[in-house]
Design a binder for this molecule. Sequence first.
Ligand code: NAP
Length: 486
Amino acid sequence: MTNNRQLRIAIIGAGASGIMAAIKLRQAGHEDVTVFEKAHDLGGTWRDNRYPGITCDVPSHAYRYSFEPNPDWSRVCSPGAEILEYVRHTARKHGVEGLIRYDSEITRADYRDGKWLLESTRGSEGAFHAVITATGVLHHPVYPDIPGLEDFGGRVFHSARWEDDVSLAGKRVGVIGTGSTAIQIVGASVAEVAGLSLFQRTAQWVLPLPNRDYEEGEKAQFRADPALVESEYLRLTHRMNTTFSAAVVGENPKAYDQIVTACEEHLATVRDPELRRRLTPDYKVGCKRLIMSGDFYTAIQDPMAELVTDPIDRFCAQGIRTADGRVHELDIIVIATGFDTHRFFRPMQVNGPGGQTLDQAWSEGNQGYLTVAVPGFPNWFMIGGPTSPIGNFSWLLTAEAQFGYIRQLIDRISEADVTAVAPKPEAADAFNRSVRERLPQTVWATGCQSWYIDSAGNIASWPWTFDKFRNDMDQPVWDDFEVSAG
Ligand code: NAP
């Protein structure tokens, strides 16, 4: 490397991965780092999702930054508010809170003369040598196309737009959807509501996930011996990556069979055969993102709960009318219908050097090079870009691996005689071809509808093992990149 130049670097998104990128850039000696955040607080998904029962179903000792071990997790799988506080604490401790420009949603990016000119909802934000997007994939709420929403006389909102003054206690609550979110809400609220109607369009496989509090003695041991925290991290990440994550991509049939058996045995605990039948999915375990829950089947068998499988016809003043003509009277409706995974950081307009927009580049689906970059868009790097390991993987682990790779690309453009790096189109084509060839081996392609696959058949998640991902993220294959000299 010759005569390093100081770079201006923009990170878009102050969620868990944007905070990590800011910390690591500062640790690598980059002084001029700005984090743009559309909201008025950090935390991303853990800020937006505040529904009752929100928990990260990836064990906490694996869902943490490698550089910020935490001996004090309250539970094996900790609540969302605790994770938000952990992210906030990490940002504060590593001194990056002051780098965040809040209420600044980046709306436009234009590449000119080796720099990205950014515009936000506040106006021009200046020019940056490199941009790292860290916007997550589950942040554009999807609302169902069901008529009559405005007719409903009670409170209605999306699970990711929880209205904080709402309490479910003593209320007749309707929950639409049966994804991980809805299942957590049902488990957490059935004991306090006056009635809970779960509107199911598609049954889900549910893997029993025993969750428990860490005892004070265990936390004290973790505090006293950092090596214990580390070995728990390594044990959990190794187990997740070699069993579950390998199973869904067809690499560990034995683990897959064990997961199937665990789900089937779990379902068999539902006592009423008719309810059990209605809760039985007609697709393979893991095709949709697997639900992890130790309390859902208990909750849905509670006398206060009802599983509604007649399709929803419309919202009405009193609640929801189903196709059988029945009106389900409700005080509160929670729309837990998920997110548009494929929108990424759009509606932002990203205009590359040749006049090509990212919308054009992605007109047939989001495709990049090795999850982190897009041909024709130099110095535009993505954490959680297309085909990243998502779903039941640990997002923080993925994000750190991607950052390690991106940091090497940034090192390259720090060299005095280099202005830009971008993947070669043929390298991206080869990568995307291999993704398509690989897809049929995964359980995601076995015939169900899920947010993993877009309308053009592109897969949103990494179709190989996590070990391969980590290897591929280890260092760039420089032959796959165009490196422009200034
Ligand atoms: P989701 O998994 O996309 O589930 C959406 C649910 O809404 C599905 O059951 C879907 O049914 C249903 N739905 C959609 N449109 C509908 C309509 N018009 N009428 C009736 N039902 C409709 O969304 P999510 O539960 O919010 O979860 C999204 C992702 O967030 C998860 O997969 C996971 O990756 C993440 N998450 C993680 C955790 C965690 O603990 N780590 C917790 C919550 C969420 P169909 O199946 O028929 O489409």
